[in-house]
Design a protein around this ligand. Structure first.
Ligand code: QAP
Ligand code: CO
Length: 174
């Protein structure tokens, strides 16, 4: 297994739209294992393939694991894999503070749908359809945006988005 490098804004490769997964093989399984390892190491609650420079329609989530204080091991893990996701329905509105491993140190409120129905495939290529609300609804929309080449800072007001992008680019020049 391997911890992979996470691309950060303003890397232009984060804007590349991803392609569908067509081969459900051992290579895909290894890629997804590495995505989890990279996410848990960060640590984060979600990671999309384009963040590790793989432009395929895949994201992983695990929103409520913890670290055991004595052993340092991660507990209560609930890893979720989404391959070739597609929203069938979006309902309502929710304002939630978001962050992103590709935009470290920035946290802003983003408006998303409150309830979603997501169709996706698992590691074996089997089709699933599931409803999500709350944090999982927010997280699936945030991660799916990565597959479209979009970041949460693209979903803020024009003024806020531009000021955050300018601030990040200014910090990089130092
Ligand atoms: C996406 O985000 C998400 O800035 C996952 O310095 C965010 O794992 C889904 C992170 C909000 C739902 C709600 C961010 C780690 C992790 C940082 C993450 C940072 C270190 C973000
Ligand atoms: Co993100």
């Amino acid at each position: 297994m391997a911890i992979l490098e996470i691309l950060t804004y303003p890397n232009a490769r984060l804007a590349i739209p991803s392609e569908p997964v067509t081969k459900f093989d051992a290579e895909l399984e290894t890629l997804i294992k590495n995505m989890f390892e990279t996410m848990y190491d960060a640590p984060g609650i979600g990671l999309a393939a384009p963040q590790i420079d793989v432009h395929k329609n895949i994201f992983v989530l695990d929103i409520d694991y913890e670290e055991d204080e004595e052993t340092g091991e991660l507990i209560n893990k609930n890893p979720k894999i989404f391959i070739n996701p597609k929203f069938l329905n979006k309902d309502g509105e929710i304002l939630h503070k978001e962050g992103c491993l590709s935009v470290p140190g920035i946290y802003e409120e983003v408006k998303r749908a409150e309830k979603v129905t997501l169709e996706y495939q698992n590691l074996k290529g089997e089709a699933h359809k599931e409803d999500f609300e709350g944090l999982l609804a927010v997280a699936t929309q945030h991660e799916n945006d990565h597959l479209l080449g979009r970041l949460f800072i693209d979903r803020l007001s024009f003024v806020k988005s531009r000021s955050i992008k300018k601030k990040i680019k200014k910090e990089l020049k130092k």
